[in-house]
Design a protein around this ligand. Structure first.
Ligand code: APR
Ligand code: PHB
Length: 391
């Protein structure tokens, strides 16, 4: 088999990249280790920045997004029992759209398969070769047959645990990492959202987050210990804890409850590998960087990476210029680090460490007072949350 760009991984990064390239007349083959069901069922965050929505619109894949996406012009921060609204529209002129990552992935997969473009699920033993030559290749096993995909470039879109980053020789990458002493216990429940907008609650008991997927489905999170056992959280304990953390001093909040149909624990980590390129291998999305979920940036930064990569590849195939490819890593990393800082900032502002140092507790409170009272600080929060431009 031969193609122009071999893409490893059918998460948001790989799927968006393939479609962006196709629109430029560039062929690609996507190799995905898991089966279609698994990829489509995986529950992730659900907040799309305007840039991500615009990208789906440009690709003409925003039909369901326009019908089912919930446009939010603000979000709330609750602390010391008081709710504060951050009016993104007024502060920075932008909004976010609540639309589950699962739906984004499903829309992209349905489209790719409907046009008969190559997307191979259950590709086993994927291995990369000749990355430092002009003729890289990918070997894998599919339906019991060993195969080879020869290509001009390889896009490593296989997430944090994929093989692409690990195929780069030792000593090439510099990595930066922070593992947080928290995890998020997340649920999906058949319960109407209890508020029109998201609420990030910072409490003595730890963070709680009220989010949603649709007018009938709530998405709710609780800060828990990183080694928390899901078995220790029967439904009633989850609801009691959410009620306790989301309650307000004047009682103006009532949590809607319903059947919990999905429950999981997500560890929290910040990670960046630099540069995002080795020879003809380009890393994008979680393969190169991870953010903690506070701020919901993971999908959005993956989409900005692959927009940069598709532009660079279009330039290469159009004019032979490698300028875009040579600048890819630096261009991405500028935005990656902004998003890293913002996700870290939100994480440290809203979580409660197990043994909180009183000095840090005061700093946290001062930070919360500042972003909810200063116009300048609120603008900064709003523009980062709604999403900064790609460059
Ligand atoms: N071979 C082929 N595919 C692989 C391999 C491999 N060796 N290893 C992993 N994959 C696949 C995974 O099964 C997954 O479907 O690569 C895909 C990577 O997808 P994501 O993990 O979703 O990563 P990415 O596309 O970069 O998306 C980033 O999605 O992961 C969330 O929170 C993250 O929102 C962020 C966004
Ligand atoms: C979600 O709806 O899943 C979500 C929302 C906001 C976040 C993280 C996750 O910061």
């Amino acid at each position: 088999m031969r193609t122009q760009v071999g893409i490893v991984g059918a998460g948001p990064a790989g799927l968006f990249l393939a479609e962006l390239l196709r629109r430029e007349g560039i062929e690609s083959v996507i190799l995905e280790a898991r089966d279609r069901e698994y990829v489509q069922q995986r529950v992730r965050a659900g907040v799309l920045e305007q840039g991500t929505v615009d990208c789906m619109a440009r690709l003409g894949l925003d039909g369901r997004l326009r019908r089912e996406g919930l446009v939010h012009e603000g979000f709330e921060i609750l602390y010391e029992g008081v709710r504060h609204r951050i009016d993104m529209r007024a502060l920075c002129g932008r909004a976010i759209t609540v639309y589950g990552q699962q739906k984004v992935v499903e829309d992209l997969i349905d489209h790719r398969l409907s046009i008969g473009a190559p997307l191979l699920f259950e590709a086993a033993d994927v291995a990369l070769h000749g990355l430092d030559t002009d003729a890289p290749s990918i070997t894998f096993t599919h339906e019991g047959r060993a195969q080879e995909l020869r290509c001009d470039f390889v896009a490593g879109c296989d997430g944090f645990h994929g093989i692409s980053r690990r195929s780069i020789p030792d000593g090439v990458l510099t990595t930066y990492e922070r593992v947080y002493p928290y995890a998020w216990l997340g649920i999906l429940a058949h319960a109407a959202p209890s508020n029109d907008e998201l609420i990030y609650a910072r409490t003595e008991r730890g963070l709680a987050l009220h989010s949603m997927r649709s007018p009938e489905i709530s998405r709710l999170y609780l800060q828990v210990a990183p080694d928390e056992d899901l078995e220790a959280w029967p439904d009633e304990r989850i609801w009691a804890e959410l009620r306790a953390r989301l309650q307000t001093a004047d009682g103006d909040f009532t949590l809607n409850e319903g059947e919990i149909f999905e429950k999981g624990i997500t560890p929290m980590r910040s990670f960046v590998a630099e540069p995002m390129r080795y020879g003809r291998l380009f890393l994008a999305g979680d393969a190169a960087h991870i953010v903690p979920p506070t701020g919901a940036k993971g999908l959005n930064v993956a989409v900005s990476d692959v927009q940069n990569l598709s532009e660079a590849l279009a330039e290469y195939y159009g004019s032979g210029s490698t300028a875009g490819l040579d600048g890819y890593s630096e261009r991405c990393l500028r935005r990656v680090w902004r998003v890293q800082h913002f996700s870290w900032f939100m994480t440290q502002m809203l979580h409660r460490p197990a043994d909180q140092d009183p000095f840090e507790e005061r700093l946290q409170r001062s930070q919360l007072d500042y972003v909810t009272s200063s116009h300048a600080a609120a603008v900064s929060l709003a523009e980062n949350y709604a999403g900064l431009p790609r460059d």
